[in-house]
Design a protein around this ligand. Structure first.
Ligand code: IVH
Length: 694
């Protein structure tokens, strides 16, 4: 296709905008708008145009850098070696071209290491003297986010390396691992953990993660490290870096890492020829469906490390490796009809009914159409042949229409204007492209949804099936969640199949639920967008329900992980009189609306002091923060004129140090800080006379 130069420039800018936006949605928001394939094709188009018209290349073009996942809540550190991505292709002939280029560069006495391409989020671990020292995300490739505290909660990442069997430590023999090295790999979420997480999120009306990769990177960036433990993340490591490492091949280095207890995949093979590489790819293209985790391709690396060095790097990729990517499996089938489902919070979602079709081992009958905008973008008609893909969601999604098979009798669907359940006019949320039924108090599906959510396991944990709740609602015995606590045995005995014992059990369970901790009660209320994690954060921040109810938007926005949308939702919830009345009744029944007593203060030494910490200390950073609070101080993430001290540990952030100096904020070391608390340390002596800080 021939384009005028002006048109080329317009297209280049357009591609850059789309790609930058897609990168942001992918890396920062963990909610991609393009499939990998679509993204890669746009990037390739941009690369081709820039190659043809190098005068249009700018240093900030997405072809010149990797997308950034940096989040402001984390400390950032530079990577010692840039963290690059891999050149990728969907085309076997390009793998051949890669192998040919390697032969041209280094002759033909080398081998390839073929490995699975794990579909997760990249991580860089540094081990010092056999201990995990730091974990950084890729970030923008040169600076990454420090997620060490979170990584310490991933079960298969050792905090300390273990010597291989038969190794006898002695004065003469050095440790079996280099004094310091980096090892890079992927943090991923196995399918089982991913399905569990998404089921919970869907139940809570939280946006499910689009795929395990987004779920992994979202989980790795949770502000509350303790929540990482339950996410079921795992790690696999595939690249060691360091100064003067004693290994000749990549394979040898990985075997060494494995012998120190680091997780390394055994699904690797040393290949000598392009045919062997192709066999490996073909084998895993099918066999990967039986793996308990997601893979999106095969990585082919030159195995000999001196040859890797000889081939070197481009600005973005190593020349010694390439990724062959698998295409997502698709099926083509007929769209029969569309249901519009109302969720607990009133969101109306279009769901397609399909002619049953086989896809990756299961029969698919229903698929998500996401929202009205997606239906319009894909120009979906009832009767169309549509492509379905399993992105990993619980129900598959429709990714496009096969226009060549469109018949004359297809019908354009109309997204309803009114709630399919209660008939109330729907409200459009343009930004989220979603439609909502505003009749929170009267729409039966929403009411039932809230009742079910309230009693659910992670909320009030009352043993009751959905059918029971439905019956209670249909018989007008409960209308809102406070009504549960008014139920008497005689009410329950009117329910189908209920006997004395089942009624007593249910009432007992309700009584027991009054002891549920505040954070779970807050979650049980079912405030839109307030999932378990948010409820925990908000409850801890404010301490009791009255403080939350009277919080301003600004106050709410100060809570970690609460953004504009969540803050607005909370703010509005407490401005609704009906909600306030339910809360007041629940208080009357004895439910808990404040946090347990805060941990006892150790001292008031730091009363009125705001302390920012940066760098590493002899104790984990979380403990350091807890210590500040336990002595009456406040911990803050950013330096301002109001900051009392910058507590700087090893490798404190240069930006923070600069800012502290500029604002005349005193910089103190860990020793000085401990010195300030010294009197208190003496007060806390354990039995064996070791001072302890807690
Ligand atoms: S090697 C210098 N090996 O895929 C590049 N990467 O799309 C070293 N990935 O950035 C990377 N599995 O995050 C390598 N076996 C594997 C991999 C792998 C997954 C990721 C990694 C990389 C991305 C490129």
């Amino acid at each position: 296709m021939h384009m005028e130069k002006g048109q080329v420039n317009i297209r280049i800018n357009e591609l850059r905008d789309i790609i930058n936006d897609a990168n942001r949605r992918y890396y920062v928001e963990n909610s991609p708008i393009l499939s990998d394939y679509e993204f890669d094709m746009l990037l390739k188009e941009l690369e081709a145009l820039e190659r043809q018209y190098p005068e249009f290349i700018t240093p900030d073009s997405p072809t010149q850098k990797v997308g950034s996942d940096r989040k402001r809540e984390f400390e950032q550190y530079p990577h010692r070696y840039p963290m690059l991505s891999l050149g990728n292709t969907y085309d076997m002939t390009e793998v051949e071209a890669f192998a040919d280029r390697a032969v041209k560069g280094i002759g033909n006495s080398f081998t390839f290491s073929c490995e699975l391409k794990f579909d997760g989020t990249a991580i860089c671990l540094t081990y010092r003297n056999g201990r995990l020292y730091r974990a950084l995300t890729r970030g923008d490739g040169s600076v990454g986010d420090d997620v060490t505290a979170n990584v310490r909660n991933i079960s298969n990442i050792p905090q300390e390396l273990t010597a291989p069997a038969g190794f006898e430590p002695s004065q003469q023999k050095p440790a079996p691992w280099p004094e310091e090295f980096e090892i890079r790999g992927e943090i991923y979420m196995p399918w089982a953990a991913f399905d569990r997480l998404n089921q919970e999120r869907e139940k809570d009306d939280e946006q499910p993660f689009a795929n395990p990769r987004n779920a992994a990177s979202g989980s790795l960036k949770l502000i509350d490290s303790s929540m990482v433990t339950n996410r079921g993340l795992e790690c696999t490591l595939y690249h060691i870096l360091g100064e003067a490492l004693p290994y000749q091949t990549h394979d040898e280095a990985l075997k060494a890492a494995e012998s120190w207890g680091l997780p390394v995949s055994d699904k690797r093979k040393i290949c000598r020829t392009i045919d062997e590489i192709e066999d490996f790819i073909t084998y895993w293209n099918t066999e990967r469906k039986n793996l308990p985790f997601a893979t999106d391709g095969i990585v082919i690396k030159v195995n000999e490390l001196p040859y890797q060095e000889e081939l070197g790097y481009t600005a973005k990729f190593p020349r010694w490796a390439v990724a062959y990517k698998f295409k997502a499996e698709q099926a083509l089938t007929k769209l029969i009809s569309i249901d519009y489902q109302v969720g607990r919070t009133g969101a109306v979602t279009p769901v397609a009914n399909l002619e049953p079709v086989q896809l990756s081992g299961t029969v698919v009958k229903r698929a998500s159409l996401h929202n009205e905008e997606q239906m319009r973008i894909h120009d979906i008609h009832i009767g169309d042949y549509v492509y379905v893909e399993k992105g990993g969601e619980i129900i598959p999604k429709i990714t496009g229409v096969e226009l060549s098979q469109r018949g004359p009798d297809v019908v354009l669907p109309h997204f309803p204007q009114t709630c399919p359940d209660c008939g109330t006019e729907l409200i459009r949320d343009e930004e989220e492209a979603k439609a909502f039924c505003p009749n929170q108090g009267g729409c039966p599906t929403q009411i039932k949804g809230r009742l079910i959510h309230f009693l659910s396991r992670k909320a009030m944990n009352v043993i009751a099936g959905d059918a029971t709740i439905e019956q209670l609602f249909n018989r007008a015995l409960v209308w809102n969640v406070a009504d549960f606590y008014e139920l008497r045995k005689e009410h329950l005995l009117t329910l189908e199949g209920w006997k004395e014992r089942s009624a007593e059990r249910f009432l007992g369970s309700l009584e027991e639920s009054k002891k549920t901790p505040f954070e779970r009660v807050l979650y049980a209320l079912g405030i839109r967008y307030v999932g378990e994690a948010t409820a925990k954060g908000v409850a801890a921040h404010f301490g009791n329900i009255d403080a939350i109810a009277s919080a301003s938007m600004d106050d709410l926005l100060k809570v970690d992980d609460v953004g504009q949308v969540i803050a607005e939702s909370i703010y509005e919830y407490f401005r609704d009189e009906a909600n306030m009345e339910v809360i007041s009744r629940l208080k009357g029944y004895g439910l808990r609306f404040e946090m347990d007593e805060r941990p006892e203060k150790l001292s008031a030494t730091l009363e009125g002091k705001t302390i920012v910490i940066s760098g590493n200390f002899s104790i984990p950073r979380d403990e350091m923060k807890a210590l500040i609070v336990a002595h009456g101080g406040k911990n803050s993430g950013s330096i301002s004129k109001k900051t009392s001290y910058l507590l700087a540990g090893e490798k404190a952030g240069p930006e923070k140090l600069k800012k502290a100096e500029a604002l005349d904020v005193p910089i103190i070391s860990e020793n000085e800080f401990m010195g300030m608390l010294a009197i208190n340390v003496e007060d806390h002596v354990t039995e064996d006379n070791e001072p302890t800080l807690f």
